[in-house]
Design a protein around this ligand. Sequence first.
Ligand SMILES: NC(=O)c1ccc[n+]([C@@H]2O[C@H](COP(=O)([O-])OP(=O)(O)OC[C@H]3O[C@@H](n4cnc5c(N)ncnc54)[C@H](OP(=O)(O)O)[C@@H]3O)[C@@H](O)[C@H]2O)c1
Length: 348
Amino acid sequence: MKRGEVTKGSAWALVTGAGSGIGRCFALRLARLGYRLVLVGNDLRKLECVRAELRALDAAEVRIISCDLARAEAAQELYDRLRAAGIAVDVLINNAGIFSFRDIIRTPAERIERVIMLHCLTATQLCRLVAREMAARNGFAAEPGPESDADPAMRTTPEGDAPTTTGDAPETCSAPATGAASAATNSATGSAPAASAAAGSAPTTTGTAPATSPAPRRRFHILNMASYSLWMPFPGLTLYSASKAYLKCFSVAFAKEVREAGIRVTAVCPAGVATDLYGLTPRWQRIGLRMGVLISADCCARRGLWALWHGQRCTVPDWWNRLWIPLCKLLPMCLIRPIRRFTMKFQK
Ligand SMILES: NC(=O)c1ccc[n+]([C@@H]2O[C@H](COP(=O)([O-])OP(=O)(O)OC[C@H]3O[C@@H](n4cnc5c(N)ncnc54)[C@H](OP(=O)(O)O)[C@@H]3O)[C@@H](O)[C@H]2O)c1
């Protein structure tokens, strides 16, 4: 078996921003590795297209959830949807992102909120919710706190209790399903990880380490899409680079917190990827690829997943750009000023 590969349909992967660009490529690669997929994004039409592509690849199972993740309550709503459907995630890819190139004083307050919520708050909350559940499935539990009793992730359910939604209907985050929408049709093989993990053998303990099983039984993975721009706190990029710096910093420390529970966390920091993120036309994307300034979305996904399976905490997939990191830090204002004058016209 290849690294990251699972028995077809035996594990779930969730990809945010899966309707286009790098997220789509993550989804295609994870499907080929055998994962059942939950695709999350803003645009239902794009998600449907990716689902059709995945079906053509004979993917195990694909669910789509339409959800605006740039809202304070988005992570909890999404997590509740997963619980209602009996889905426990083995691989979480926090990929959704929006680019922002504008001086802060010219940026609408609402845009600042959305970028920070999407890149920082939602990603953090999703990591927390999903990792708590992963840790519990490996017999680890958070220290008892005010929320631990209320959190369903910390409860184990007997095998066969996890409801699984049926049918192809896309779901939205804003209207959580009631029990009626979820048919209790857990697969006989127990392939739904919620059920298999909660088969009664994963004791929920207090404290950070399990009393009886020192080695985590299952390996879980979380990938957060940061950006190379975190080393480029330049005018116009202030909001974007700072939000991605948070995500990278968070991921590296979080990786150390959850490693013992069998969870690997990786921050991926690409420089230039040929996608629609910056509004580059297909022609300029092709030129960028030919010049080696950009890498393809699939290459970024492949290298990101490689780093994830190998337990790297942070990776720059277009590795040659690592050489410029010290230079970015040293760039003097006398060089930044003319660059700024030239790039001001691209601020929208
Ligand atoms: N392209 C690059 O050069 C580059 C470099 C460094 C880092 N990155 C990061 O890589 C990630 C993927 O970007 P990409 O290049 O693949 O660009 P992309 O094609 O524009 O993909 C971004 C995805 O995020 C989704 N998204 C945006 N806002 C959302 C929201 N509020 N709720 C839910 N989904 C939302 C989009 O969904 P909708 O289309 O449905 O809105 C889209 O599928 C981003 O985090 C980006 O910051 C990209």
